[in-house]
Design a protein around this ligand. Sequence first.
Ligand code: GTP
Length: 199
Amino acid sequence: MEHAKLVLLGEQNVGKTSLLHRLATNTFQPFEEPTVGAAYTSHVVHLDDTAVKFEIWDTAGQERYHSLAPMYYRGAQAAIVVYDITRKDTFVRAQEWVKELQRRGPPRIVIALAGNKADLEARRDLETEAGKQYAEDLGLLFMETSALTAMNVQDVFHALASKLPRSSQEDSQRLQSSNAVRLEQTVQSAAEPESTSCC
Ligand SMILES: Nc1nc2c(ncn2[C@@H]2O[C@H](COP(=O)(O)OP(=O)(O)OP(=O)(O)O)[C@@H](O)[C@H]2O)c(=O)[nH]1
């Protein structure tokens, strides 16, 4: 199983904790308490040929916790930057998080942009296309999600797991097969002199 650190970032109240609750317990709480500092959880995503265990840091959206964020995105392989489709200001904040991650975060971090509360279509303040286009321009994964209906919640974690660089696993497989070849060669060359000397 692969391990990957994942950080959730975004303005307060956009639904970061709710997305995790939906993922972990398939439930939704209409009155979720604000996160204080950050909260840790883990979740395993099964892919066809492997599984990825995400070590997840759910950060607090309140501005006073901003300075703690680097502690949580440092060394992260993946990030979900969340905004609320009913509040354009949260999309602006999400863009700032993406910039910060790209400037100061780990160089190969895989980022997903999630437009949450997609169930509140009647109160939509930002078109899907705006989020999609921005994500496309910056090479981010993009999905609109809903912690309330569960729409795309599993999918965003699955998409991130699929997009993670698999170098560590491939490297270890390559190492194993090259060791096997070397071992075979050693066995062969050890066997050869014996066979010549014997007959
Ligand atoms: N309708 C709807 N409400 C949601 C959704 N996700 C979260 N909420 C509500 O939005 C509010 C804030 O959700 P949280 O999960 O606490 O948001 P957060 O981003 O973790 O907030 P902080 O911890 O303060 O950063 C709660 O009242 C949730 O019930 C959603 O997909 N749809």
